[in-house]
Ligand binder design. Structure first.
Ligand code: HGY
Ligand code: MN
Ligand code: MN
Length: 421
């Protein structure tokens, strides 16, 4: 506790500019904008590289000293006025899923910069050093934060995203150094705290007319590549009864994934989000199908239980259809994590002091905060998503809601700064 240092009261900090925050978001949306007005800025793409440059400019303008670490994370630092102290880190990501929205990760990254800009404009110095983190390739499996947490294994660097680049190639494209990624791992306890503002990506806040979500836990995510092998053959001359149709088996598999998820109690989810059939001609029975399997839950054991049931079901489908299934785990996802109870309390108190309503909630989406939670006490602030829509160009959060979240971020940061070593 640093009780001897005089602090301003919660309401005395100047508010962030919601207008500037939204303008910056719209300006960033120009990078990767397509003819139809929607943006596509997948990590490692040219648009990602250009958008990152724009964000680096915003960070420098806010008074941050910026560098890119070996994993490609953008790191902006500002010195603290206190004695030797650990940095308070906060931030999010600016990469998108293919044809994603302009708010997922972006609202939180720009809110973090807006907070630093607001503090600077009002000559408010923090005791702790500040570290704004714009994580690289969040959507490809929280890559940048895994590197910081020391959980990004060499195998993961071979995983490709939709740009066709592997993580190793992508890291080198965005200014990192793939051969030295392991060096960015931070020591546990080396940060005072980590905070992330993010859009909810669901509809609970909107439906309950709540301003701020205080995140309790973030789901873990497991991914597999699934290969179904049958027998490619002539679609006109091969009788129905003797076919070994890999796409038909894969279709049964997709249905069984859904059935198994529904048959088990709990909030877990399981999805097949990608499928391709080979050779891919109207007159050839598909001989090979590649598909993705994703399972999410707050418990690793539950995810494995579901996977075992799904694998069991695939064996029955394979026997009945004369096909075979092969599952390859993809090392590109985050583990489940809880946020820090003390930070949850601070976020709640600060939101209430600003006249905002709050609600404790789980996150069904993955976030860099889940990896950062292994290094430091972590907290997440959710702001409402219109219609609960996310991972879609129709994603939207109002400037007022983003400003509310950014003000809570600013006040939470200042409360931690004044109270924590
Ligand atoms: O996929 C996710 O949950 C996240 O948005 N990265
Ligand atoms: Mn996302
Ligand atoms: Mn996100």
């Amino acid at each position: 506790m640093l009780a001897s240092i005089p602090q301003l009261g919660a309401q005395e900090f100047p508010p962030v500019s919601g207008t500037r925050l939204e303008q910056n978001l719209f300006a960033l949306a120009e990078f990767g904008k397509k003819a139809n007005g929607e943006s596509n800025r997948v990590a490692f793409s040219d648009a990602d590289i250009a958008g990152r440059k724009y964000v680096i400019g915003l960070m420098e303008d806010a008074g941050l000293e910026v560098h890119i670490d070996f994993a490609g994370n953008i790191i902006g630092r500002k010195k603290g006025s206190g004695p030797e102290m650990k940095p308070i880190a906060f931030g999010s990501h600016i990469d998108m899923v293919p044809d994603g929205g302009n708010y997922d990760g972006i609202a939180g990254s720009l809110a973090a910069i807006e907070v630093v800009k607001t503090l600077g404009e009002n000559n408010i110095l923090t005791l702790h050093p500040l570290e704004v983190l714009v994580f690289a390739n969040e959507e490809g499996g929280v890559m940048g934060s895994r590197a910081l947490a020391g959980t990004l294994r060499p195998e993961a660097l071979e995983v490709k995203n939709s740009t066709g680049f592997t993580m190793a190639e992508g890291i080198d494209r965005i200014g990192g150094n793939s051969s030295r990624v392991q060096e960015v791992a931070r020591q546990k306890g080396s940060l005072a705290a980590f905070l992330e503002l993010h859009i909810e990506q669901g509809a609970i806040l909107e439906q309950t007319a709540t301003n701020i979500g205080v995140v309790e836990g973030i789901v873990g995510i497991e991914w597999w590549d699934v290969e179904v092998t049958g027998n490619a053959n002539h679609a006109g001359t091969t009788p129905m009864k003797i076919r070994q149709d890999a796409l038909l088996a894969a279709s049964r598999f997709v249905i069984s994934v859904n059935d198994i998820a529904l048959a088990n109690e709990g909030d877990h989810v399981a999805t097949v989000g990608r499928i391709s059939a080979e050779p891919g001609a109207p007159n050839v029975i598909p001989g090979r199908v590649l598909l993705s399997l994703e399972i999410r839950d707050l418990s690793t054991e539950k995810m494995m239980l579901l996977f075992n049931q799904i694998e069991q079901a695939s064996k029955q489908i394979a026997t009945a259809s004369g096909t075979s299934f092969n599952f390859s785990p993809i090392d590109a996802t985050g583990a489940p994590a809880l946020t820090d109870e003390a930070i949850r309390k601070i976020i709640t108190e600060q939101a209430h002091s600003l006249g905002l309503t709050t609600r404790l909630m789980q996150s069904g989406a993955g976030h860099d905060a889940q990896e950062m939670a292994s290094l430091a006490p972590a907290g997440m602030i959710f702001v409402p998503s219109k219609g609960g829509i996310s991972h879609s160009p129709r994603e939207f959060t109002s400037a007022a809601d983003m400003a509310n979240g950014a003000n809570v971020l600013l006040h939470t940061l200042m409360a931690i700064d004044s109270k924590w070593e």
